[in-house]
Write a protein that binds this ligand. Sequence first.
Ligand SMILES: Nc1ncnc2c1ncn2[C@@H]1O[C@H](COP(=O)(O)OP(=O)(O)OP(=O)(O)O)[C@@H](O)[C@H]1O
Ligand SMILES: [Mg+2]
Length: 234
Amino acid sequence: MAGIELINVHKQYRVEDRTVPVLRGIGLQIPERQITVILGRSGCGKTTLLRLTGGLEEADAGEIRYEGPHRTAFVFQEPRLMPWLTVWGNVTFGLEKREISRKKVEDIIATVGLTGFEKAYPSQLSGGMQQRTAIARALAYQPSFIMMDEPFAALDYFTREQMQRELLRVQQKQGSSILFVTHSIDEALILGHRIVVIENGLVKAEYRVPESAGDRNLLDDTFISLKRDIIKSL
Ligand SMILES: Nc1ncnc2c1ncn2[C@@H]1O[C@H](COP(=O)(O)OP(=O)(O)OP(=O)(O)O)[C@@H](O)[C@H]1O
Ligand SMILES: [Mg+2]
């Protein structure tokens, strides 16, 4: 299966005269067309892992293999939009006209529920709408992988739930391949096809989430017991 494979990946940082080991030999398969969730405590190296996998930084040792086309887009914790550009301008920023058709941009904007707001500026949007614009921008780039680093962390409970549902809908519709970082177990359970727990720079545990028809109900026995297992491993 096409995807990304991490083999024995190491990363350390130098802070003044100390070296801080962050990733100590990560081995991981990240399949395409699925949501792989990276879960772990603050400071365990989730963002570092995402940045390395997405090619923003280099590993000190080990290997990151991309099977198939390799084009990654990022969605960060904050939307990071250009305030002087409209929704349309932000979504298509950096793309050549021949790279994406008008129709495709319209479809993507519709997918994230922003039809009618194409001409709005970020300051005229709610936080959730800004974050949806950032997701649309990532989709418009037509990446082979989307790297998402706690993209919903700044949102209130209800917007966050809504965004999680929307992301699932978009992912199912587009068959997107997503690496999603969070420290929320519930978010991991709602979104993940696979959940990877990172601790101390290593993969501590991996879980495959059973497919369920329709929305997942975290109060189902399967999810309650899965959550219990994850809490034990954290
Ligand atoms: N550029 C850097 N220079 C020095 N140390 C860094 C750098 N980036 C990260 N670190 C260190 O690496 C460790 C892991 O950081 P990272 O941002 O990957 O954690 P995280 O799991 O994403 O945490 P959080 O959940 O709080 O976002 C931390 O100890 C951090 O101080
Ligand atoms: Mg982080």
